[in-house]
Write a protein that binds this ligand. Structure first.
Ligand SMILES: *[C@@H]1O[C@H](CO)[C@@H](O)[C@H](O)[C@H]1NC(C)=O
Ligand SMILES: *[C@@H]1O[C@H](CO)[C@@H](O)[C@H](O)[C@H]1NC(C)=O
Ligand SMILES: *[C@@H]1O[C@H](CO)[C@@H](O)[C@H](O)[C@H]1NC(C)=O
Length: 500
């Protein structure tokens, strides 16, 4: 059966204009702690096993499924702050390094941290201001004790930035009140002397300097009912939990300890090697960032990927708006479009630098369903966007893998995630080793880097269900019988417009 696929911009009213209808945006509600919410994926996971550490056998059982969230709004962890305890949901972000929590009321959050009710809170009388392109947050630095109910045993005293004022940081639909930056101190604000959370955790409770992250949103729709019960995930602090992955863990060196900067050697779309100079893939850096929604690619790479997808798939006629993220592609219900699209493989430098390994995402990960967009239609967005500040392996990619941030050995590990399965089939692959002899021994561009202190960080989160979204797109399938509009913002990085 041949599917006719055509696209209409909202502005281009064609023959079927009268049927053109704009759906009101759906605003999902998220209730409370989510204690009653069951992660749909957790039941599919296999048995729980113990991981061994050099110090002996440590159980990570208590940390399994300690995250909730989704690809659009990020994954969050429950944290107990202060004395007596104030419970907060905290976004897990491997692309920043401050622990910051709401310290004042905001219409989009249900609760906030009140330092004056915590006997252990100590203010440092120091302010921190973080600006974004569309807003800012400003807060007071202090310290307090923190415990993670589904984390390692014990309490730690950590640096906390209490957000007193913010703009466009807490967006509609989110269910978290703060952010846990898991990157290195070099990115901490206002200076690298503010010790990040994980550093404090390692020092004070003496866990191994390793954490690992499994995000289980693959295949779940981005808007709609599914989000009433958000996907789950696991942040394992202090090691690796063997039930969360299958096969081997492949490691790539951390090239510089600020972000988790790694080295990308090659990209393939289907069987097609993009054949760009390998420095293009790393300009001006390539990072692993759980706080970014999409796979973001430097402009040249992005253009080459889109051209290659057009070439290797049956979707050459897609409107530009689909690739740029302003349009959805819709199919009649029951038609899964994934078979039209190629796999995408990213080759990373191996621990042996003359070798590489590749991580592969299937279209199921980057052609992402958006629920409830249209009547009798299933609509999808393109989960890859262009970037002017580097390549980012965001949640779109990370959802395929159990990712090990082995700070101890300065390397990031990838393995097939036990929850990266849709309809019984895995949606990610890993293979290696491959020879890297034909690739430059250094793909990291040498142009001078900006001082981190000068960067303006933007934490403008997309709220897929938010009222700020404007109707921007229409895609049409089949002779005009169903056409529906809905809105998307053009750049769906969870943390977008981040100028770093
Ligand atoms: C959320 O809470 C409101 C009011 O407490 C309730 O009416 C609604 O049904 C709840 N929604 C869900 C999805 O639990
Ligand atoms: C925390 O303590 C409990 C009880 O002593 C123990 O069963 C569990 O394994 C510990 N968890 C970790 C992560 O050490
Ligand atoms: C690295 O890999 C090459 C083959 O690509 C092999 O000849 C060499 O012995 C390896 N080096 C180490 C240290 O394992």
């Amino acid at each position: 059966m041949k599917f006719l696929i055509s696209f209409l911009l909202l502005a281009e009213f064609g023959l079927c204009r009268s049927e053109n209808l704009l759906l009101p945006l759906k605003i999902s509600t998220f209730n409370g702690s989510g204690e009653g919410l069951i992660d749909k994926r957790s039941s599919r996971q296999g048995g729980i096993s113990l991981a061994s550490q050099s110090a002996g056998t440590v159980s990570f059982y208590s940390m399994l499924n300690n995250l909730k969230g989704d690809v659009g709004r990020g994954y969050y962890l429950e944290v107990d702050i202060g004395t007596p305890v104030q419970k907060m949901n905290i976004l897990v972000d491997t692309g920043s390094s401050n622990f910051a929590v709401a310290g004042a009321a905001n219409s989009n959050i249900k609760t906030y941290f009140k330092p004056k009710f915590s006997s252990t809170y100590k203010s440092s009388d120091q302010f921190v201001l973080v600006r974004y392109t569309q807003g800012s947050w400003e807060g007071e630095l202090g310290t307090d004790v923190v415990a993670i109910p589904k984390g390692p045993n014990g309490t730690v005293t950590i640096n906390i930035a209490t957000i007193l004022q913010s703009e466009d940081f807490f967006l509609p639909g989110i269910n978290w009140q703060g952010i846990l930056g898991l990157a290195y101190s070099m990115l901490a604000k206002p200076s690298s002397s503010v010790e990040p959370f994980f550093d404090s955790l390692v020092k004070q409770i003496k866990i191994p300097n390793v954490f690992s992250l499994q995000m289980c949103g693959a295949g779940l729709s981005l808007i709609g009912e599914e989000q009433a019960s958000p996907a789950g995930g696991s942040l394992v602090m202090g090691g690796i939990e063997s039930s969360l992955y299958k096969g081997d863990i492949w490691y790539t060196p951390i090239k510089r300890e600020w972000y988790y900067q790694i080295e990308v050697l090659k990209l393939e779309v289907g069987e097609l090697n993009l054949n760009l100079d390998c420095t293009e893939y790393n300009s001006d850096k390539a990072i692993v960032d759980s706080g970014t929604t999409l796979l973001r690619l430097p402009i040249n790479v992005f253009d080459a990927v889109v051209a290659a997808i057009k070439q290797t798939s049956k979707v050459a006629e897609f409107a530009d708006g689909f690739w740029s993220g302003s349009q959805l592609a819709c199919w009649m219900q029951g038609t899964t479009p994934w078979s039209y699209f190629p796999k995408i493989s990213i080759y990373l430098r191996g621990e042996n630098s003359t070798q590489s390994f590749r991580i592969t995402i299937l279209p199921q990960l980057y052609i992402q369903p958006m629920a409830d967009v249209g009547v009798q239609l299933e609509c999808y967005r393109f989960g890859i966007s262009s970037s002017t500040n580097g390549l980012v392996l965001g949640a779109t990619v990370m959802e395929g893998f159990y990712v090990v941030f082995d700070r101890e050995q300065k390397r990031v590990g990838f393995s097939i995630s036990s929850c990266a399965v849709i309809d019984g089939s895995p949606v990610s692959e890993i293979a290696g080793p491959f020879s890297a002899a034909d690739i430059s021994s250094n793909c990291i561009s040498k142009r001078p880097r900006t001082q981190p202190a000068l960067w303006i960080i933007s934490y403008a989160l997309i709220a897929l269900s938010g009222i700020t979204l404007l109707v921007s797109v229409i895609l049409l399938i089949f002779p005009c019988s169903h056409r529906n509009g809905n809105g998307l913002t053009d750049d769906s990085s969870l943390i977008r417009h981040r100028w770093k």
